[in-house]
Design a protein around this ligand. Structure first.
Ligand SMILES: [Zn+2]
Length: 433
């Protein structure tokens, strides 16, 4: 069987649109009645005002900042974001809080099951099957992503091994001991596991991992390929968030991500105006409405994720709308000397052309009136001095071509840059604050 839900995954796109519009109207009425945030936000509007997907524009986007404000209300700790009675909440999750006070996310048993079902689509699409023994190399704590992965793997019939409370070497040992054959991790941590395994004298390709699903960071194609080569496995990408849930995943064609329809209504809007739906091939901001989660209603949530809109057709036969690329967070885009810069471009260059670079960090500073970008690159320990100099010169050249900016390159000794176990912080803009 190719699909988790053969009926939904092959519905004609027009039919998916109709279903989503009808679900959206239901969610609109529900949210207006049950969540203080939307009681206020949707004042003066009715579900009947939304006759077509074009009418969505009449509804203001939901921003994280206003969610923080409504969260301060009663009942503690979810406040005006809650869409069910507080006694019905069965699971507490929260956002990481890297950009401010965390958002607390209530799930009832019903809403959690809805979320898991959507995640099953992501996993099944990435080829996860009952014979997979899935290793999750994290302590999940109060963060949602790996809990979703855990429960959805179980629902699919996989066997799950929670890998928290171990260091990276302990995890490598556990993978070998239990013969895990599938894994879910951030791209950064996948690379780190490979590096640690090699230090232990273990070739990561011999670990027996067949499938890897990545999350948490934009993954350039070159990083995905590098992971595939290191582990000799198939690597898939997906996108989601604590508030928006996991809303798109990569199928075995490995050519972009499918939006999980009709679980989510996803708009991809022009990033300047946040009004116009972009055309195929254009980059825009993903605005997501989860259509079945009543414990925490969200209408037109601004994810601030920049994605490239793709087609609504695919070699795999699924009919859902695709995105061809996850560009990154809009917050990570910077103007440097008047040029728009995305840290993902640097990662793409390094992973594609510089296998000798093990880790890197980008620092932007203002010196006098000039913005200076420094790339600190840590190279493989066995590299000779001449080879290091050649790498330095090639980095200079390649980064200039890829970004239109000159970099100050500093070669660092092995082990001098930090390693990250969840999301990497390889980009530092010191011009702010
Ligand atoms: Zn596909």
């Amino acid at each position: 069987m190719n699909y988790w839900n053969p009926h939904l995954e092959t519905l004609p796109k027009e039919r998916l649109d109709q279903i989503e519009l009808s679900y959206f109207r239901n969610m609109f009425s529900y949210a207006k009645q049950h969540s203080a945030l939307y009681g206020e936000k949707l004042k003066g509007m009715e579900a009947r005002d939304i006759q077509s997907l074009g009418d969505l524009k009449k509804i203001p986007l939901t921003e994280k900042e206003e969610m923080r404000k409504y969260q301060e209300m009663e009942p503690f700790p979810y406040g005006g974001l809650l869409g069910r009675g507080i006694a019905e909440v069965t699971t507490f999750r929260q956002t990481s809080g890297t950009t401010g006070k965390p958002i607390y996310v209530p799930e009832t048993y019903e809403s959690w099951q809805w979320r898991i079902e959507a995640w099953c689509h992501i996993l099944y699409m990435a080829g996860f099957r009952p014979h997979h023994r899935v290793f999750l190399p994290f302590g999940y704590n109060v963060y949602v992503a790996f809990w979703e992965a855990h429960y959805a793997s179980e629902k699919l019939g996989c066997e799950v091994i929670p890998g928290g409370a171990l260091d990276t070497r302990g995890r490598v040992h556990k993978i070998m001991e239990i013969r895990a054959n599938a894994m879910m991790n951030t791209p950064t941590y996948g690379l780190h596991i490979a590096e640690e395994a090699r230090k232990m004298g273990v070739d990561p390709a011999t670990l027996g991992i067949e499938r890897m699903l990545c999350a948490g960071e934009p993954m350039p194609p070159a990083t995905r390929k590098r992971l595939e080569e290191l582990f000799h496995c198939h690597v898939f990408d997906h996108i989601g968030g604590t508030e928006a849930c996991g809303w798109a995943g990569m199928c075995e064609a490995k050519d972009g991500l499918h939006i999980i329809e009709p679980f989510f209504l996803v708009e991809i809007l022009d990033r300047e105006t946040l009004q116009r739906e972009v055309e195929e091939g254009e980059t825009g901001i993903a605005v997501v409405t989860p259509l079945g989660r009543r414990s925490f209603p969200l209408i037109r949530f601004n994810t601030k994720d920049l994605v490239v809109k793709g087609q609504a057709s695919c070699g795999c036969g699924r009919t859902s709308q695709k995105i061809t690329e996850v560009v990154g967070r809009i917050d990570d885009l910077r103007k440097i000397r008047g040029v728009l810069f995305s840290p993902k471009t640097v990662e793409e260059v390094i992973r594609q052309q510089f296998p000798e670079v093990e880790e890197f960090e980008i620092v932007v500073e203002r010196r006098g009136l000039m913005d200076v970008i420094t790339l600190r690159a840590e190279v493989h320990p066995e590299l000779s001095l001449e080879a290091i100099e050649r790498t330095n010169a090639r980095l200079n050249e390649s980064l200039k071509i890829a970004t239109n900016l000159s970099f100050h390159i500093v070669m660092e000794p092995p082990g001098s840059l930090p390693r990250y176990t969840l999301k990497a912080k390889r980009f530092k803009d010191l011009r702010e604050g």
